[in-house]
Write a protein that binds this ligand. Structure first.
Ligand code: G16
Length: 534
């Protein structure tokens, strides 16, 4: 039996978390084999639609890896299937696995068709070994498959959607890496025609797969000498696996609120960081007084919402024809939420952490802007919105210019999932249109000082969050203690939640001053340790 080659390690309990399965790579072989079985089953359930599988652990350290499934339109696996993934991966013997799988075939009403799966991986050393386990699972399930080798996570999402929409009125593009570059580059050139890019942007690629892919993409853009965008790629070493996400990348910058030590950026230099699989993006700069300024996912969100609202108006759409909304999580800075509701006058929805939750809510708007504060997000245009945008008759040359840009944005933005390369081009485009440096962007509102902590405890699962993860239901009594601590600080806000990608508990604090946010973080951290190690 094929599964005998990939036995489940001991009594380890697996769980499909915030972004699929993620853990130390040497625990993952049986999981990935079984994800192969599940991907085939999901394809059969959807009558032979192509399912994507991405092998990556994104922002996690090099020794970790992970695997997640991508549904046909490039979205994350439908959440009702996560329990099947969890059940399959926890079957303790080969016999139990066969029984679980056979029951799932019945329970999911899978069709008797040949399953189709595409997959890719990031640059981690364990990736190719795990691909072998995946292929064994796919072959055991009789699937047809295509190996896209090294891709960023959003590229795999893009390819999956392209394959499933090919020949339909919703055709998304050419299902190749080159097709992805062509599509984005064409849209970027159209949307930035006649605009000037100010200076160079330094892009830190976290020494992950985004480095070589961005280098490749640059070949599709106009040369700097002809007015093209000037992108300097740094931290693109994928030869030494240990350098992945080490002292660099979007997670490092966001969590530590400082530039990577390797970034020797000049003062006022525009910089950004991708994460290990290029689905997150964070901007930053150091001002003339050596103060570090972070432009995180909330800033991407507010800038995108501001720009799109203006474009929609300038193109001549009445507000009710294209309703724009923003989706955030509890990590969103309070000042950003206030800016969106009070200044931009747009609705805001708060969801649980995990792009799958934000994505779902964003589909409820004509134009749904969603970003997690950690830089993970995108903009979604509903089918109705796309029809309106492409059929609209501009009434003046100014409306036509705005409409052309809006149409190009629908092509530039990767609507399947957050995509750091696509998001970066979108932000660069907005800055060029507005003639802004990051300083003007930073001045749109003032962030409340905040801190993000990570606490390792004996069992993180005792921390059960509710109310879009803004409150703890368990352990009993802890929320009252947090409320009490928060109440002692002006503009105080804090929450605690178990991470779904790391074996740790996250603590977020916000207050009127940095020292108060820090003090709150320290006090809550002590309480988390105490409850978590009881
Ligand atoms: C993943 C998810 C994100 C989430 C992040 C942290 O990001 O895709 O939606 O915000 O993990 O999640 P948690 O706090 O539960 O660990 P990535 O970039 O690592 O795939």
């Amino acid at each position: 039996m094929a599964s005998a080659q990939f036995p489940k390690p001991g009594d380890h309990q697996f769980q499909y978390g915030t972004a699929g399965f993620r853990m130390k790579a040497d625990l993952l072989d049986s999981v990935v084999f079984r994800v192969g079985l599940l991907a085939a089953l999901r394809s059969r359930r959807l009558n032979g639609s192509t399912i994507g599988v991405m092998i990556t652990a994104s922002h996690n350290p090099p020794a970790d890896n992970g695997v997640k499934l991508v549904d046909p339109m490039g979205e994350m696996l439908e959440s009702s299937w996560e329990k099947y993934a969890t059940n399959l991966t926890n079957a303790s013997t080969d016999e139990e696995l066969v029984t679980t799988y056979t029951n799932l075939v019945k329970e999911t009403h899978a069709f008797d068709v040949t399953p189709k799966v595409v997959f890719a991986r990031d640059t981690r050393a364990s990736g190719s070994r795990l691909v072998a386990a995946l292929v064994a699972g796919l072959e055991a399930a009789g699937a047809e498959y295509q190996d896209y080798k090294l891709l960023t996570t959003p590229q795999l999402h893009y390819v999956t959607r392209c394959i499933n929409t090919k020949g339909s009125p919703h055709a998304y593009g050419e299902a190749t890496e080159e097709g992805y570059y062509q599509k984005l580059a064409t849209a970027f050139k159209t949307a930035s025609a006649g605009k000037k890019f100010h200076g160079e942007i330094i892009v830190d690629c976290a020494n992950g797969v985004g480095g070589p892919k961005l280098q490749q993409f640059l070949k599709y853009l106009p040369p700097v000498a002809e007015g093209g965008i000037n992108i300097r790629v740094v931290n693109d070493d994928v030869v030494q696996p240990d350098r992945l996400n080490y002292n660099c990348g979007a997670d490092y910058v966001k969590t530590n609120q400082r530039a990577p030590p390797s970034s020797h950026a000049e003062k006022m230099q525009r910089c950004c960081s991708l994460d290990g699989d290029a689905d997150r993006l964070i901007y930053y700069f150091i001002d003339n007084d050596d103060t570090f300024h972070l432009l995180d996912g909330d800033r991407l969100s507010t800038l995108a919402a501001l720009f799109l609202s203006d474009l929609v108006k300038s193109a001549g759409f009445p507000a009710e024809k294209l309703r724009i909304g923003v989706v955030q999580t509890a990590y969103a800075n309070g000042a950003s939420t206030e800016y969106i509701t009070e200044r931009l006058k747009l609705p805001v929805i708060c969801t649980n952490t995990g792009v799958k939750h934000l994505h779902h809510e964003a589909t409820k708007f004509d134009i749904g802007v969603y970003f997690e504060a950690n830089g993970h997000g995108t903009v979604l245009f509903s089918d109705v919105a796309l029809k309106r945008i492409w059929k609209h008759e501009p009434q003046s040359p100014a409306q036509k210019i705005a409409l052309d840009t809006l149409q190009a944005c629908t092509q530039l933005i990767n609507q399947t999932v957050g995509d750091a390369i696509s998001d970066m081009l979108f932000i660069e485009l907005i800055l060029a249109h507005k003639g802004w440096s990051p300083k003007e962007w930073d001045l749109t509102y003032k962030d409340l000082p905040n801190r993000l902590g990570r606490v390792e405890v004996r069992d993180r699962n005792i921390f059960v969050a509710i109310d879009a993860e803004r409150k703890l239901a368990e352990p009993m009594g802890m929320q009252a203690e947090i409320d009490n601590l928060v109440g002692k600080h002006k503009s105080g806000r804090a929450f605690v939640r178990a991470s779904g990608t790391e074996d740790a508990v996250r603590v977020y604090t916000e207050a009127a001053t940095r020292s108060e946010a820090e003090e709150l973080l320290q006090k809550i951290t002590v309480r988390v340790r105490e409850y978590g190690n009881r």
